[in-house]
Ligand binder design. Structure first.
Ligand SMILES: [Zn+2]
Length: 367
């Protein structure tokens, strides 16, 4: 769910409007205008439209604040937030990784509904002050109602809704097994989604076209819950794998003295992307395609691989029994494509990005 029009940055997080969001804005403004026409028939059409679109904008701000609630707590728990996107079904704050503890997961999940509940209280206070029959009171009343709805809907206990995340945090804390907790919460999310679809279909059957919308939300929740379920299964099987299971002992080695041009011919032509650089049979560095690309082509013949290789002390290595999950994270965050496996001061082999991708595909049942 990335993309759309970037409208700004809050707390360093880029905020996007997805094209589908404009549909919601139009629908809400249209519904509110219709409501104002019956309640304030004496108002001019322009005033009704202006008040309705202003309220729509405040609805949008409410959703944004809900997502910011999640984001602020995420940042506090050192989980980077990549973006906030508002789209047809509300908002989504995209986090870079999972929180490290069930306590953090709970706080990040509950922060959104708490913000919505506080907004509901604020707006209903405003209605009381302004009087329910005044324009301000009526629109604040609508915003109080919608924010209550947002808080309650999100607290439904099925992943990916906030309530599902709370459920997951609770099960995770009880059992200590995060993957199992995810599968149970996503399973609850699937059942809930089926209920939405069935209820929506029933409404349509009884002649209420609004049921289509409920079924549509159900379909969206179902695909998200199912994707999470699949991801949890992959995570669980990956968590059993160690570096030794995916390591290839076939490590390409080249002398430090040979030219970059020869490395490019000998190794890249054979479909290899990296090699261990050795001096008198002792590893002194690691060279990859990335290093080669940094050298201008005309200097390839006169540059030795030893000059441009990453020095051995700076090369990221891992022991034989390191969890594959950690290797995956290292490759993603440090942008490397292979990790040599170092044991007892010797390089025994390497785990490559291709081997990891293959393992993920196999556990996801793709290939
Ligand atoms: Zn939320």
């Amino acid at each position: 769910m990335i993309g759309g029009i970037r409208i700004g940055r809050i707390f360093g997080i880029p905020v996007y409007l997805h094209p589908t969001w404009f549909l919601v804005f139009l629908l809400v403004t249209w519904a509110l205008t219709a409501r104002l026409q019956s309640e304030h028939a004496d108002w001019s059409g322009a005033a009704q439209l202006l008040a309705a679109s202003l309220t729509s904008a405040l609805f949008f701000v409410s959703i944004l604040l809900h997502e910011l609630g999640h984001s602020v707590l995420a940042i506090r728990h050192r989980v980077p937030v990549r973006s906030i996107t508002l789209f047809i079904f509300g908002g989504v704050a995209l986090m870079e990784r999972e929180p490290e503890s069930s306590g953090a997961e709970f706080q990040i999940a509950i922060a959104g509904p708490i913000v919505s509940a506080m907004l509901a209280l604020g707006f209903s206070g405003l209605t009381r002050v302004a009087g329910g029959n005044s324009l301000l009171g009526s629109l604040a009343g609508w915003l109080a109602f919608i924010n209550t709805g947002v808080a309650l809907f999100n607290l439904l206990p099925g992943y990916p809704l906030d309530g599902g995340r709370v459920l997951r945090a609770f099960l995770w804390a009880q059992t200590g097994d995060r993957d199992r907790a995810t599968r149970v919460a996503a399973g609850a999310g699937q059942w809930m989604a089926y209920a939405f679809i069935a209820f929506g279909a029933l409404e349509v059957f009884h002649g209420d076209i609004g049921g289509l919308w409920i079924a549509f939300i159900g379909w969206f929740l179902l695909s998200a819950a199912t994707a999470t379920m699949r991801q949890a299964a992959v995570d669980a099987s990956l968590s059993r794998l160690r570096a030794r299971d995916l390591m290839s002992e076939d490590v390409p080695r080249i002398p430090a003295e040979i030219s970059v041009a020869r490395f490019a011919r000998d190794l890249v032509m054979r479909g290899r992307r990296w090699a261990l650089v050795e001096h008198e049979d002792v590893p002194v560095g690691l060279i990859s395609l990335t290093d080669v690309r940094r050298v201008p082509a005309e200097a390839w013949e006169t540059t030795a691989v030893g000059q441009i290789a990453t020095p051995i002390e700076a090369v990221l290595t891992a022991p034989l029994d390191s969890p594959v999950r950690d290797l995956l994270r290292t490759m993603a965050t440090r942008k490397v494509n292979q990790i040599p496996i170092l044991e007892g001061g010797r390089i025994l082999g390497a785990v490559t990005r291709e081997a990891l991708v293959q393992a993920i595909e196999m556990s996801a049942g793709v290939s």
